[in-house]
Design a protein around this ligand. Structure first.
Ligand code: GAL
Length: 679
């Protein structure tokens, strides 16, 4: 078993040739059996090597409690094996069958205001429900025993998009589970009272039995209770996953397991979950109507790659063209699906899969694109999908290679949950917006970036970017301080280092645990009104803009890089720099407009000697490198609308247009992709 190495996704490859896996969700139960033979024939035509099957099959394989009908699924697996298509087999537990909630209505989730969520959609189960978990585990046990030795089985796909529709449940069973979880965390109720600051508003508990989830209340529920409920809810989902994983490990110890994250999703702490997976996988749906969709996707890809420290990962779902769930669902214009698929590979993916293989005829997703559209194979979508399948298949040597970065951006789910609680100086702070505001200039300037939790080893980085790390534990603050003292560079944005893990303010002047390294104190928060902006004046006379937030900063060793140019804080520092130990630390006390943020990030990167992979690239061209035993691959992707002229540092060959002579200049058309290798 080689689960921990770089090619974890290859750990049990039997059918599939080595290389980037290509395929999608396969839902054969939606079609009569005659269609299945055509399915596998077309899969071969399209270069499909891996499908993820059975995600929504529970009601068909267990039509009545404890009565199983696997015969039809055996035939699906045999068809696939016969065609040499490997299976990432779903555990089938994502959508319970109607009989389960009819017999046990207690499995149905409840909202904070006590409304029950009924079956009829999917994911209608309370994550704490013992009955749900028992039935899920019973099914998984059957499945694992039945298919353990099936030649098509390559890996397990546990559940599906945990927390997508039901990330939290406030029912009585969840309440009891929450109390159990709290008793384990705190030991005795006085520790809970202390952690939750229950002296406030007469909230003191005399016993754990009195504690409830933060249900609808007349006013703000206790923030520490809300924060613990977010932790608990993430954990309840993880327990569902782990219960299934335990069965799979026992019966099929050499088969890797994964579960697909929904992009970077607030309810599910990807860093914590990734430790429980053999391969990380993610679903990313770029929006053709959004010009910067590839930057948001780039962020998700970097989080996914970093979640298991650079190990290759799987793009488990993307749409071949349009989705059905936005208000307006634009198709992907010609070439964009290829470009965005290659983007995932360029950022470390070893699998490019779609939702879904054949477009549904009925049901809620019939207008969601699929690899085989309603119109069949004589369609743009099928042609583009097949071309990509063969193109990816032509460069197997990329699989298993990795990338490195000199810059890390810090993301912490606990802090995210705490930052976005109510009753704050401003409820307009959004963790993803501010993280992306910091990520964007790095992406645009071609600076490779990992996204890491605050307790990760930072010693390999030159620059660490910390957007809104509101909740900060002392040891993590000490790690950041030591990083700068030892010569690292740090960029921290406003409202960071404010509370401890119980959402209690760190006393001693904001942001107490970061004051030393930043060389300043924040005396007052000064959030701005909706649509209000302020000027930022730099020493060289340039003026930028900022909005959302400002702070009264008192320097204690830090130098002002820019001041507020107007408003009540006029003349006070808006951006500072502090030389500390062998390194330096910047602080941004407001939300800079994108141009000002880009200029600041460039200054900070220059000081940190963290440069782009390829200096002087045209705007909108992304460059990444993956390397390993098979060589060094330079990926160039043109996200712009015009062709781009690119000067390479030395003559190289494009692996996608094999046979071409090495060149040091190339023209990349709009949406063009090149994978360059040194000759
Ligand atoms: C995902 C889900 C798939 C499908 C897809 C449509 O959230 O895992 O089953 O619903 O979205 O975009």
């Amino acid at each position: 078993m080689r689960l921990a190495d770089s090619s974890a996704i290859d750990a049990r490859r039997r059918l599939r040739p080595p290389g980037i896996a290509f395929g999608g969700d396969y839902n054969p139960e939606q079609w009569p059996e005659e269609v299945w033979a055509e399915d596998v024939a077309l899969m071969k035509e399209a270069g499909v090597s891996l499908v993820t099957a059975g995600i929504f099959s529970w009601a068909k394989v267990e039509p009545r409690p404890g009565e199983y009908d696997f015969g039809w699924f055996d035939r699906v697996m045999d068809h696939l094996a016969g065609a040499g298509v490997a299976v990432c087999l779903a555990t089938m537990t994502a959508s319970p069958p109607p009989w389960l909630s009819r017999l046990h209505p207690g499995i149905l989730p409840e909202t904070a205001d006590g409304r029950r969520m009924w079956p009829g959609g999917r994911q209608h189960y309370c994550p704490s429900s013992r009955v749900y978990r028992e039935h899920a585990v019973r099914l998984v046990e059957r499945l694992a025993n039945r298919y353990a030795d099936h030649p098509a089985l390559e890996m397990w796909h546990i559940g599906n998009e945990y927390g997508c529709h039901t990330p939290m449940c406030w029912c009585d069973e969840s309440a009891a589970d929450f109390r159990r979880w709290l008793a384990e965390r705190y030991g005795d109720v006085e520790a809970l009272n202390d952690a939750w600051s229950t002296a406030f508003w007469a909230q003191r508990y005399d016993s754990f039995d009195e504690v409830l989830p933060p249900r609808l209340a007349p006013t703000f529920p206790n923030p520490a209770q809300q924060l613990d409920f977010a932790r608990f809810s993430d954990d309840a989902l993880l327990q569902c996953y782990l219960a299934e994983k335990e069965v799979l490990r026992r019966i099929t110890p050499d088969v890797p397991v994964t579960t697909n994250f929904i992009g970077v999703h607030k309810p599910v702490d990807a860093f914590r979950w990734a430790a429980e997976e053999d391969v990380v996988s993610v679903d990313v749906y770029q929006d053709p109507h959004d010009d910067s969709t590839h930057i948001a996707a780039g962020f998700i890809f970097d989080v996914t790659r970093s979640a298991r420290a650079g190990q290759p990962w799987m793009l488990m779902e993307q749409a071949p063209s349009a989705v059905n769930w936005r208000d307006r669902n634009g198709p992907k214009p010609p070439g964009r699906m290829r470009l965005w698929s290659w983007q995932a590979v360029a950022q470390g993916a070893d699998a490019v899969l779609y939702f879904q293989w054949r477009q549904s005829r009925g049901g809620a997703e019939k207008y969601h694109s699929a690899m085989v559209p309603h119109g069949g194979t004589d369609t743009r979508i099928f042609r583009e999908v097949s071309e990509l399948g063969h193109e990816l298949g032509s460069v197997p040597e990329i699989a298993g290679t990795r990338s490195t970065a000199e810059v890390a951006l810090v993301l912490d789910w606990n802090s995210w949950w705490a930052l976005e609680l109510d009753s704050h100086p401003s409820t307009a702070l959004n963790q993803m917006e501010i993280a992306l505001a910091h990520y964007r200039p790095l992406f645009e300037d071609g600076i490779a970036c990992d996204v890491v939790p605050p307790d990760r080893d930072l010693s390999g980085y030159r620059l660490v970017v910390v957007p809104n790390l509101y909740l900060l534990k002392e040891p993590d603050a000490e790690r950041l301080t030591a990083f700068v003292r030892g010569g690292g560079h740090l960029l921290v944005s406003f409202f960071s280092g404010i509370v401890d893990e119980c959402d209690r303010v760190h006393l001693g002047g904001y942001p107490a645990p970061l004051r030393e390294v930043l060389g300043l104190r924040v005396e007052e928060f000064w959030p701005l009104a909706e649509n209000e902006t302020v000027d930022i004046r730099h020493a060289d006379g340039t003026v930028g803009r900022a909005d959302l937030w400002s702070e009264a900063v008192v320097p204690e060793g830090a130098q002002a890089v820019a001041d507020f140019g107007c408003g009540p804080l006029a003349g006070q520092p808006a951006v500072t720099r502090h030389s500390f130990g062998e390194g330096s630390a910047w602080y941004v006390a407001t939300r800079l407009a994108p141009e000002a943020m880009r200029a600041l990030t460039q200054d900070v990167c220059r000081a940190a000697s963290a440069g782009p992979l390829l200096p002087g690239l045209p705007e909108h061209v992304q460059a990444t490198v993956r390397e390993g035993d098979a060589g060094r691959f330079l990926f160039l992707l043109n996200h712009g609308r015009d062709a781009a002229e690119i000067q390479l540092p030395e003559p190289m060959t494009d692996a996608l247009t094999q046979g071409a002579t090495p060149t040091d200049r190339l023209t990349l058309p709009a949406a063009g992709v090149a994978v360059l290798v040194e000759p």
